[in-house]
Write a protein that binds this ligand. Structure first.
Ligand SMILES: [Fe+2]
Ligand SMILES: [Fe+2]
Length: 193
């Protein structure tokens, strides 16, 4: 797993579980949809990078399957899917992306890797803290895929931008990610403090 500089306070899991239904679940549904959109967005932004196409297309399909899974859980619990104010995590994290190529592609892939790694870390905390068997099963099931996703983005970055460029840039993005997480408000979001 990518090393996250700032480890989430273990109390986050207990707090998230208390507030879990419905806001965390609703937030989670939005995140799965956004993860799919991010992958498809990269496919459109880089049509000249054929190596991105199949891995990102598969990843996007997997995220949409997760989205449908979470939607089904929401429905079973009588929660209507609707608009939710985003946590600001992804938007703040993305400010680190350079405007010029080839830095832009490298940064976009590494930012996506960190979003996946942080989601994976949070889902692990949820799975560990949930007492509801249906929800705990949902998160355990999703974890395996999420654990793979950040690795896919890092491998694509290594393949397309070179391992040295990745090793040089990774510590900066990791430090920025830790700073962004520390500054987030405490609220019922998957990406919150
Ligand atoms: Fe997912
Ligand atoms: Fe993912």
């Amino acid at each position: 797993m990518l090393r996250l500089i700032h480890a989430t306070d273990p109390a986050w899991g207990a707090r998230a579980v208390e507030q879990l239904v419905p806001e965390i679940l609703l937030d989670h549904a939005h995140l799965e949809k956004k993860a799919a959109a991010a992958a498809v967005g990269l496919m459109f932004r880089y049509p000249d990078q054929p190596a991105l196409m199949t891995p990102l297309s598969r990843l996007a399909r997997e995220e949409l399957a997760h989205f449908e899974e979470v939607l089904a859980v929401l429905e079973r619990r009588g929660v209507t899917f609707g608009r939710l104010k985003p946590s600001g995590y992804a938007e703040r994290l993305s400010r680190v992306v350079r405007r010029e190529e080839p830095g832009r592609l490298l940064d976009a892939l590494l930012v996506a890797a960190f979003i996946e790694a942080r989601s994976c870390e949070r889902m692990q905390l949820l799975a560990d803290n949930l007492t509801d068997p249906q929800l705990s099963k949902l998160y355990r099931g999703l974890l395996a895929a999420e654990a793979r996703h950040h690795g896919i983005y890092v491998s694509l970055a290594r393949q397309l931008c070179g391992p040295e460029a990745v090793d040089d840039r990774l510590p900066d993005i990791a430090a920025h990610e830790a700073e962004v997480v520390r500054a987030l408000p405490i609220e019922p979001r998957l990406h919150s403090n």
